[in-house]
Design a protein around this ligand. Structure first.
Ligand code: FE
Length: 336
């Protein structure tokens, strides 16, 4: 792949804009390195320039502040809750696209068509390799069998809030409070750190099982997360847990067309490209995520976890239970 300098890139964009050539402005919280190969492939195919503005935080605030004169066409971010927040703030517009609806399962996009999942991450079980577990339910995290054996990050982190919220949808508030209390009783250490610390602490003998996101296993085992993380990734087996009456909890990375997009048609075209087989393979492999589209190629490390049975609860129902989930974690003193 040819690399061009930022100065040359800026010059080319200006020239393209001056010539009235098609372009699309992408605001993204995703690491530029992860999505650039995709955008390059799109530009090569269509001659449409994609101007990327990366911001780690404050995407919604910026688009809101820019108002009607915002140049943003497509807004890309991680977490269904973030996407729903953009829509709730009136910063998005609905897109009626058969291409998107065919490619993306209904539970992984907005029923009002404001946002769309583009790839998935699963909340999985990291287990000490010598345990040889071949199945697990999220409910089992609270079993006394696991007393002093569980590691997990903060109960207030959005990844866990979404998992706890999904439990509320399945079992109700009261049962979720009891479940959280049970998990708390099973903790080997105070909740904290990141998901990768769970694997590190399993290697260190501090805990036997824990919860983490699927893509971190790819980052650790491949060495892309740093050479020190390879043994962490190799110390664990991954089990795709399910709810007793459901499947594995997933979250998405996704995108929405901005309310005042100056190039809305181009933004929709790019969005549709992102769910093509070609783009899905590039996107998911660069990130170690699951493609959103059934049948698209999966990274071999992620594929080795076995078939993913997605929990059927729509993301919007999980989003609706987020604050209750956070309050319950607070109430049981999960992080104390
Ligand atoms: Fe993460």
């Amino acid at each position: 792949m040819t690399r061009i300098s930022p100065v040359l890139a800026a010059l080319l964009m200006t020239t393209a804009a001056a010539a009235g050539a098609a372009e699309v402005n992408l605001y993204t919280t995703r690491e530029p390195g992860l999505i650039q190969p995709l955008l390059d492939a799109y530009t090569e195919k269509t001659d449409v320039a994609v101007n990327t503005i990366f911001m780690k935080d404050g995407l919604a605030e910026r688009v809101a502040a820019e108002g009607e004169s915002s140049p943003a066409d497509l807004l890309m971010t991680v977490d269904a809750g973030m996407l729903a927040d953009l829509a709730e703030r009136g910063l998005t517009q609905p897109v009626d696209s058969a291409v998107l609806k065919d490619a993306i399962p209904a539970e992984l996009r907005d029923p009002a068509d404001n946002w769309f999942g583009l790839s998935m991450r699963a909340r999985v079980l990291y287990a000490a390799a010598d345990l040889d577990l071949d199945s697990f339910t999220y409910e089992q995290l609270a079993d006394p069998e696991w007393k002093d054996r569980v590691c997990i990050r903060s109960g207030q982190h959005p990844y866990n809030t979404a998992l706890f919220a999904d439990h509320i949808v399945h079992h109700g508030e009261e049962a979720t409070e009891a479940w959280l209390t049970g998990i708390k009783d099973n903790l080997a250490r105070k909740p904290g750190g990141g998901d990768r610390d769970v694997a590190k602490d399993i290697l260190g003998g501090i805990c036997d099982i824990g919860i983490g996101n699927s893509y971190y296993v790819g980052l650790m085992r491949s060495g892309k997360g740093g050479p020190e993380q390879v043994p962490w990734g190799e110390a664990i087996d991954v089990v795709l847990p399910t709810f007793q009456d459901g499947g594995t909890q997933v979250n998405i990375s996704g995108a929405a067309v901005a309310r005042h997009a100056p190039n809305a048609d181009a933004a929709i075209d790019l969005l549709e490209y992102l769910v093509s087989d070609e783009a899905q393979a590039i996107y998911a492999q660069a990130n170690f995520e699951y493609p959103i589209k059934a049948g698209a190629e999966i990274d071999p490390i992620i594929e080795s976890f076995g078939p993913l049975k997605i929990d059927p609860v729509p993301l919007t129902e999980i989003i609706a239970q987020r604050s209750t989930a956070s309050q319950l974690a607070e109430k049981v003193g999960f992080d104390n």
